[in-house]
Design a protein around this ligand. Structure first.
Ligand code: ADP
Length: 250
């Protein structure tokens, strides 16, 4: 579904991503692991259109998407989760979800004048969709809570929920498990598995927690020093000498 072909991203003379080549299979939950500074986040940002690559190509379903901005990728169903921005923290959880769809009416003056009835109708549909997402994530009780009051794990669920407001095909998750307690981690893991199995989402996730990765991901891709060091099942990765060395070397 996604092919990353010899991608480089340099910051000045520093090679944060240095010839990364990998594939993300449609329908997979692909894990991206590696020691700190391996270039995982930078590669994510290149694939998700946040950073242009220095060189190399990113292809989605056979189409070259290199350097396309996030909103263009969004309309193709490629999403990256983002932390809830500060300015959204005083809005409720439901309102945060309703903000997501990019092509809402009400954006133009024309719609504001002539489409009021339609906007109200669309807002009701969006609110219903948001409630369905909250139900799926088992956090309906938080619908009217301010996003800023959520725990770290609940915020991660909301981040995941935002990808469900649109027809996502592939979602890039950046450490959704970081700093989350076990119970919520299981809820997040269950939601990811159900989105994958029941709704056909493909995932690529950066994660440090090897148990979490082991439960969800196949394959697991290991990056070190800006490129791919190894790929395989979690057990293959854990037994790989080069991988062990890369982790110990940091
Ligand atoms: P990882 O996610 O694997 O921990 P990152 O992609 O965050 O790795 O970082 C890879 C390297 O690139 C790090 O050494 C980091 O300091 C550097 N780096 C990341 N972003 C920038 C930037 N905007 N400017 C300069 N160096 C950066």
């Amino acid at each position: 579904m996604i092919v990353v072909d010899d991608v480089h991203k340099h910051f000045g003379g520093f090679r944060a991503v240095d010839g990364a080549t990998l594939e993300i299979r449609k329908g997979s939950i692909t894990g991206l692991v590696g020691p700190n500074g391996a270039g995982k986040t930078t590669l994510f940002n290149v694939v998700a259109g946040v950073l242009p690559p220095t060189s190399g190509r990113v292809v989605m379903d056979g189409e070259d998407i290199t350097g396309l901005p996030p909103h263009a990728l969004f309309s193709k169903g490629l999403l990256r989760t983002f932390q809830i921005a500060h300015e959204f923290s005083s809005m409720t959880v439901r309102e945060n979800l309703m903000m997501v769809p990019a092509d809402q009416s009400g954006e133009t003056l024309w719609n504001a004048w002539f489409g009021r009835g339609r906007i109200a109708q669309e807002e009701r549909a969006l609110a219903a969709k948001a409630d369905e997402v909250l139900d799926f994530l088992t956090i309906s009780h938080l619908a009217d809570e301010r996003a800023g009051n959520l725990s770290g794990g609940q915020k991660k669920l909301l981040e995941l929920g935002r990808t469900m407001m649109v027809d996502a095909k592939i979602v890039f998750l950046d450490e959704v498990g970081a700093g989350v307690n076990r119970t919520l981690l299981n809820t997040i893991g269950d939601a990811i598995l159900r989105l994958n199995r029941e709704r056909g989402y493909t995932f690529c996730m950066i994660e440090h927690d090897m148990d979490f990765i082991g439960r969800l991901c196949d394959p697991v891709i290991v990056m070190a020093e800006g490129h791919v060091l190894a790929q395989g099942t979690i057990d293959e990765i854990k037994a790989n000498e080069q991988v062990i060395e890369a982790y110990l070397g940091t």
